[in-house]
Ligand binder design. Structure first.
Ligand code: NAD
Length: 292
């Protein structure tokens, strides 16, 4: 068997296209979504990500601004800036770029973002809403994995056994809540789980979100199961010319698992691009919420 591929790039493009075509109607209603990305310090990766957010946002008609704060400014300055953005009527979404430099309390800052501007959906209010079945501002990566599952009508969620490897507050736990809400039976595995392989082999859908390269191998997967790979791991390898290079791999041993699974998301090109689309989708949803 060779698994069908859930194409995240294609899914992301179609979500962005839908958002773009809805933009005219939004603007006619006087709603202009605007995303403000807060960058504390000059972490190279965060800067590249913020610039790419700006480009992608603008490509579908979302205004974007980068709010830079010196690494040494301190928690009080960051919190004051968040308060200003909360009060700014031209800003509909706020994203706090991670990681923050040492000495900052990321959770405290994140929870200061007013709920209807929390486009990453990681504050307590939006996570609470999610438990009650309101997924309007669900965490982007959990929402992306959810979208990947629902992208294929052949994949049934109601009554399915789902095993999620990883219990983070931004991926594993919120995704579990979303799928339980949709009538799946969900097990969350983590570093203290005994016999993870036995849990995974029972699953109709396995979601890997642990941040460990090639953790889920073919023997973890029941033939015909669906496998969603959330992991992003940078791996060094030596190419044919003896040069050391880096490549991105997921938490799933793609080569082995794609021989037994029915559907699989690749890395790169799976959950990652959809996460970006979900950020834009949340930004539009936040702008509508803000207006209301
Ligand atoms: P995290 O480190 O906060 O959580 C990882 C979880 O996995 C923990 O709950 C831990 O208990 C569990 N875990 C770790 N090693 C394990 C093991 N050997 N066996 C069982 N459980 C194990 O990570 P996160 O923020 O949830 O991210 C998870 C992965 O998803 C990372 O690779 C991250 O880079 C990736 N990620 C991808 C996207 C995307 O857009 N695709 C977005 C965010 C995160």
């Amino acid at each position: 068997m060779s698994a069908n591929i859930i194409d995240g790039k294609q899914l992301s493009a179609s979500i962005k296209e839908q958002l773009k075509s809805g933009m005219i109607e939004l603007k006619n209603r006087g709603i202009t979504p605007r995303l403000a990305t807060i960058l504390v310090g000059a972490d190279a990766g965060s800067m590249v990500y913020a610039q790419s957010q700006a480009k992608t946002s603008e490509s579908i008609g979302i205004e974007h601004s980068i709010v830079s704060i010196d690494a040494g400014a301190g928690q009080a300055v960051l919190e004051a800036r968040i308060a200003e953005l909360n009060a700014d009527k031209s800003v509909s979404g706020i994203l706090l770029s991670m990681p923050l430099p040492k000495g900052y309390d990321a959770g405290a800052a994140q929870n200061l973002i007013t709920a209807h501007k929390d486009v990453e959906g990681v504050g307590q209010a939006n996570l609470g809403a999610l438990i009650q079945g309101d997924f309007t501002l669900a965490p982007c990566t959990a929402a992306a994995a959810y979208k990947c599952i629902y992208a294929q009508s052949a994949i049934a969620v109601k009554g399915a056994e789902v095993v999620i490897v990883g219990r983070s507050a931004i991926v594993g736990k919120p995704l579990a809540m979303m799928l339980v809400y949709d009538h799946a039976t969900v097990t969350i595995c983590h570093t203290a789980t005994k016999d993870m392989i036995a849990h995974c082999r029972r699953a109709d859908i396995v979601v890997a979100a642990a941040g460990k390269a090639n953790l889920v191998t073919a023997d973890y997967v029941r033939p015909g199961a669906v496998v969603i790979d959330v992991g992003i791991n940078r791996m060094k390898f030596t190419d044919a010319g003896g040069e050391t290079k880096t490549k991105t791999v997921g938490d799933v041993d793609y080569e082995g698992v794609s021989k037994v699974a029915s559907w699989i998301t690749p890395v790169p090109g799976g959950v990652g691009p959809v996460t970006v689309a979900m950020l834009l989708s949340n930004t539009v949803a936040a702008a509508k919420k803000f207006r209301n």
